[in-house]
Design a protein around this ligand. Structure first.
Ligand code: CO
Length: 134
C-alpha cells in the first residue's frame, strides 16, 4: 500500500529561525515561505535528495498545530506522509482493518494540491500518518 515517504512535517514555534537553521547550519535547500490559511499553517519546504521536510508554523486562531506546540514548545515531528497510488482504496482497506481516519473520512486537498487523509496516531504507534495520492 505504501510508497515513498513524501515528507516529514516538523512543527516549529518560529519558522524564520527554523528555516535559518536548516539553510545555514544544516546547509539544506529551502523553499520560499508559503501561507496556507485553509490549513492553518505557514510552511517552508526543505528539499532533500530523497524526500522533503516541511517546517510548519501555526497560522491563525484555529491552527491544527497549536495544541501540539503547547505540549512541545520547542517543536517536534508532527506527522509523516506516505505516498499511495489510490487513496480511496487505501482508506477503505485501513478502515476495514479498524484504523481511524481523522475528520469526516474523506480526502481533502493537501498542501501540494493532491488528495490527502490523516490517520489516527493511536492506531500507528503514536505517529500521525498522512497519506497522499500521487
Ligand atoms: Co503533510
Amino acid at each position: 500500500m505504501l510508497g515513498r515517504v513524501n515528507h516529514i512535517a516538523i512543527a516549529v514555534p518560529d519558522l524564520a529561525a527554523a528555516t535559518a537553521t536548516y539553510r545555514d547550519t544544516l546547509g539544506a535547500k529551502v523553499s520560499d515561505v508559503q501561507a496556507l490559511p485553509e490549513h492553518g499553517v505557514t510552511i517552508v519546504f526543505v528539499e532533500l535528495p530523497n524526500t522533503k521536510v516541511e517546517l510548519l508554523e501555526p497560522l491563525g486562531e484555529n491552527s491544527p498545530i497549536s495544541a501540539f506546540l503547547e505540549k512541545a514548545p520547542s517543536g517536534g515531528i508532527h506527522h509523516i506522509c506516505y505516498e499511495v497510488d489510490d487513496i480511496l482504496l487505501a482508506r477503505d482497506k485501513l478502515v476495514a482493518s479498524g484504523a481511524r481516519v481523522l475528520g469526516d473520512g474523506n480526502p481533502r486537498t493537501g498542501a501540494h494540491g493532491k488528495p490527502v487523509l490523516f490517520l489516527h496516531p493511536k492506531d500507528f504507534f503514536g505517529t500521525l500518518v498522512e497519506l497522499e495520492e500521487v
